[in-house]
Each structure stands twice: as C-alpha cells, then as structure tokens.
Design a protein around this ligand. Sequence first.
Ligand code: FAD
Length: 376
Amino acid sequence: MAAAIEATARGCDVTVLDESARPGGQIYRQADPRLPGNEFAEPTELARKKRLLRRFDEILHAIDYRANAIAYAAFGNGEIHVQVEDRTEVLRPDAVVIATGTRERAIPFPGWTLPGVMFAGGAQAILKAQRTSPGRVAVVAGCGPLPIVVASQLTRAGTKVAALANLRSPLAILRSPSGLWHGRDIMREGVRYGRSLLHAGVPRLTGHVPIRAFGKQRLEAVQLARVDEQGHVMPGTVREIACDLLAVNYGFIANSELAAMAGARIRHDPDGGFWLPETDEEGRTSLPWLFAAGDTAGLRGALVAESEGTIVGAAAASAVRTVATSDALTEAIAVRNWAPAFAGATLACRARRRGAPTVANFLRASCSPSSSAGQR
Ligand SMILES: Cc1cc2nc3c(=O)[nH]c(=O)nc-3n(C[C@H](O)[C@H](O)[C@H](O)COP(=O)(O)OP(=O)(O)OC[C@H]3O[C@@H](n4cnc5c(N)ncnc54)[C@H](O)[C@@H]3O)c2cc1C
C-alpha cells in the first residue's frame, strides 16, 4: 500500500494485486464493514491502520486495484501472471514491487491436523476479518511476540486462554525483540498486550511446547511439556489442558518465491532459515525492473514495512520516470534508519536429527535470543 501511494504520487500508473478481499495485509487486515463487533487490537495499532488505509483509499480512484488477485508467476522478461477467480492474465509492467509478506512456519506434532489447531496468525485473521473468536477455551503456544499478542486479542474477544506456553520468557522477548516488534510504538503495544494477559490471569508456561493434540472429531485437549536445552521432554512435566483452540506460532518464512522465480539473486538467511532476495537500500533486486519491500525482503515488522514501502515505491517510480523527492520519502527514510539493526526472523533451523526431541530442539534453537538476524 505504501509503495503504491508513493509511486502514484510520483505520477506512475499503478496496478495493485492483492490475493486478499480487502486491503490491509496481515496486520491491518479488515473485516467486512457489514460485520458487527469490535476490533481486538491496541488503539495505537488501530490508529496506524486507519491512517494507512485512509491514505490508500485516497489513491483508489487513480490506481488499478485488484482484490482476490493472485500473482502466481514472475518471469525474467518482466511478465507477471495473475489469477483472478477463474481467469488468468499476463501483465508486463515497467517496474514491479513484490511485497508479499511472510507466512508462519509449520512444525508438525501428533494431532496437529485436528480442527481447532491452527496458526496463531490464523486465529488472529479470524479475529480481525470475522470479528469473532475461533474458540471458547484456548491454549496459545510458540516463541517470540506473536503468541503474546494473539493470546491477548483472544482474551479481549471473550475467549478463555487456559495457558500461554512460550519457549522464551516475556523478559527475554523484550530484551531481544524479533523483527515483528521493531519500533518504539510496537514495543509499547507488546508491553500492553503482556500486561492485559497478567490482568486477565492467563497462566504462563515458559519453556513448554505442545507435544500432542487430542480429540475425536475436533480438538478437545492439548498435552504440553517442558523441554530442556537439548529439546528433550523433561520427565514429570507433561500436563494436559482441555481446550477447543490451539493457536501456535514458531516464527515466519519470507514469501520470496516470486523474486526467486523471476531470477533475482537470492541469499540464504542462516538465522531465519529461509531465502531472501538480495536488495540494495532502496529495495532494488539484481533485476533492474524488480523491487522487494516489507517482510518479503526481511522480517522487520509493520513500521519498517510501511516506511520501506514508501522508499521502494519511490525507487520503482524513478526506474520508470524521472521524479523529485517528497516529504513522505524523507520521513520514511528517517523511520527506516531509526530501526537500528534489523532483527530477522525468530527462527533458526540448525537441528539435524529427526524425531520429537529434534523438533523441540529446533524450537528451542529457533527461539533463542541469539537467533536474531543481523542487519541486511
Ligand atoms: C501471521 C502474522 C501475524 C502478525 N501479527 C502482527 C502483530 O500482531 N503485530 C505486529 O506489529 N506485526 C504483526 N505481524 C507482522 C506485520 O504484519 C508485518 O511486519 C507487516 O504486515 C509486513 O507488511 P508487508 O506489506 O510486508 O506484508 P503483509 O502485511 O503480510 O502483506 C502482504 C500482502 O500481500 C498479499 N499477497 C501475498 N502473496 C500474494 C500473491 N502471490 N499475489 C497477490 N497478493 C499476495 C497478501 O494478501 C497481503 O495483502 C504479523 C505477521 C504475520 C505473518
């Protein structure tokens, strides 16, 4: 959205493809306006959402905005192949900005396919897009800040959170925030989410992971256990909690496939355990017409993604036509540069052996403070 706003302001003809039904992406996901009910996020997050969506709304008349449009292929000759419902189309723009975000990393465990077990981001998407909670009694598990955010948002939606199992303690997360929480405002929001869980009396289980989910037709209970430094289940720590929702998040993977498919040079991020397009400071990839912005280019959270969108939108515009600088761009560069060393994903996969202890080991390694990536 930020890249489209900036490129439009610089006189480009802009097409925005979004596989979602409404603009907003992950964090500013919108509900159908006809749905009753509240938003369960922090007021500061809602204010940022309102501001960006208003700015995007202001350019809608001037751009070609396509909802439910999936860019499923990109080629070295600049072609972008798009699917909208049962139609496909080929676009040949002068410049392309890829801002496809991230997805959550799946860690299988027995029972994980039962209805009622979902990614924390999936639970959050239901809260945001449907304005309802996916469960009555929840266990939220994982590492990093997202489980804290989602547990708090579930509580606000009236769900009883029976346990928040995080591999890292809240203090450790605050001391070494992941990319998700870059920026002072977002850190403050994290603290407020954490405080709301304390007030709601949500039991916290640090160092625990879900090892099994049970149920006949759907989720009925979860077994959690404490794991040691090597990721082995510690004897006598297994406990079972009845619930109809298990929301898990063990970090993210950048959606960099389109850039790779187009033939842009990509690099492996050893800490994140995924591939990223190589970009310069303005989001240029190794292909002159292809740019990458936001989480696709490295996980640095919503504030940086928005600023970077402005910077990359300006760079893409100048690849197409000669344009002057703007106040928005100056401000965006200041915000982006403020974020000191961009922390990467919270995940690192260094485990080599297979089996349950290895999965837990992987999770432990993934969530250690030292697994944050350095500057891009
Ligand atoms: C599950 C999840 C939960 C998060 N929760 C929080 C939170 O609570 N607080 C917080 O501060 N940050 C959160 N973040 C991080 C924050 O959302 C991101 O840092 C920020 O949204 C990045 O913006 P972006 O534009 O790069 O990507 P996104 O906001 O993810 O936007 C990507 C857009 O690309 C579209 N898209 C993806 N692939 C295609 C395709 N092939 N074709 C067409 N369109 C496509 C998607 O529909 C989406 O609209 C979360 C991230 C995730 C993944």
